[in-house]
Design a binder for this molecule. Structure first.
Ligand SMILES: [Zn+2]
Length: 356
């Protein structure tokens, strides 16, 4: 059946513009101006992006199934205690979906590539806020419940999502209009140092992760004595924490392809492994959250602060709106040019001249 459809051809690194190059990946590149149809068709042929797409597209359905189970089985709308879990599950659906869409359509043009990954960064920030909201409601150790840290934890996490989405977007091209525009799309942060863009992006993801996980790190690595919530969930917290560090290691080092450039172009390169580790980590994180939620429900409902719309769904909606504003601000100069606009304006005003 597939042989009846003409699949798009793939290219080597020297045949595509620099913006599409991936570290130590030599072949399997799609056309840098693919149509949307070609992008979708490329899901069914082996390119260097195919497994990047599927490793996040399939898990989206798994988390969507979990979300629907909670909505349908746990009377989620009337039980405010489940709202943080809902936010987390929505964010766990959104980030792999945004990532698989970004990897699918990033070869439509240079501009599309940047915008696709801006959305990918926004979705990751949203996921980190989703984690923070559940940690505040179910995971925070007993002795920190109602502390000053607990009080400011979610507001700071919301501010972090804006800073980190902006920093991740900045890491690609620099400041909108000031350092890039419709005509100039140099990677400004990389003009000074080729590694700066990558380092800023790692910082943009590592910083909210480290902040959001303070309650988990304290609980499983540092807390001693009473009030540490040393329960049966801790092994699951160790597991998702270990996977998060493995994910960061793969993202930062580009192993194994750096050791043998060209050998892992299609299967087994770091970005695929990074996706798989991130998903398995999210799975263990979800199990840990659900177990803490079940085991500690009574105690938390008696002693914890009330779970409100503002510190769950409201914070999530605010994060989404602010992140969309950041993405819009960084995307606007790629598509908006005053010169183009005025030329188009002149053309429409004097059609006779143009036809002459
Ligand atoms: Zn990815």
């Amino acid at each position: 059946m597939l042989s009846l459809i003409k699949l798009p051809r793939v290219f080597t690194i020297n045949q595509v513009p620099k913006v599409f190059h991936e570290d130590s990946i030599i072949s399997g590149y799609r056309h840098p101006r693919s149509s949307a149809t070609d992008c979708i068709l490329s899901l069914f042929q082996l390119t260097n992006e195919t497994l990047n797409i599927w490793t996040h597209f399939l898990p989206t359905w798994y988390f969507l199934y979990k979300l629907l189970m909670v909505v349908l089985m746990q009377d989620a709308w009337h039980d405010a205690f489940t709202w943080p879990l809902l936010v987390f599950l929505v964010s766990a659906c959104v980030y792999p979906l945004a990532s698989s869409c970004a990897h699918t359509f990033s070869t439509m043009s240079t501009r599309a590539r940047h915008v696709c990954f801006f959305f990918d960064y926004g979705a990751l920030s949203f996921y980190s806020l989703g984690s923070a909201i559940t940690y505040s409601a179910y995971v925070i150790p007993d002795k920190w419940v109602n502390s000053t840290f607990h009080l400011y934890y979610i507001p700071i996490a919301v501010v972090n999502t804006v800073i980190c989405t902006a920093l991740a977007c900045y890491s690609r091209l620099g400041l909108p209009f000031l350092q890039y525009n419709h005509n100039i799309m140099k990677r400004f942060p990389e003009c000074h140092s080729p590694k700066l863009g990558k380092m800023l992006r790692i910082l943009a993801f590592a910083y909210p992760y480290l902040f959001d996980n303070i309650p988990v790190f304290y609980r499983i690595f540092m807390c001693t004595g009473e009030g540490c919530t040393d329960n049966e969930t801790n092994p699951l917290h160790y597991r998702h924490t270990a996977l998060a560090f493995l994910t960061a290691f793969l993202f930062a080092t580009h192993l194994p392809e750096r050791l043998a450039p060209g050998c892992f172009d299609y299967i087994g390169h770091s970005h695929q492994l990074f996706h798989v580790c991130a998903i398995i980590g999210t799975h263990f994180q979800m199990q840990a959250i659900e177990l803490d939620m079940a085991v500690r429900r009574q105690w938390l409902q008696a002693h914890g602060p009330p779970i409100t719309f503002a510190n769950t769904l409201g914070a999530a909606l605010l994060c989404v709106c602010l992140s969309l504003c950041v993405i819009y601000t960084f995307s606007l100069p790629l598509y908006w040019s005053p010169a183009r606009k005025s030329k188009r304006g002149r053309r429409t005003k004097t059609p006779a001249k143009v036809s002459n």
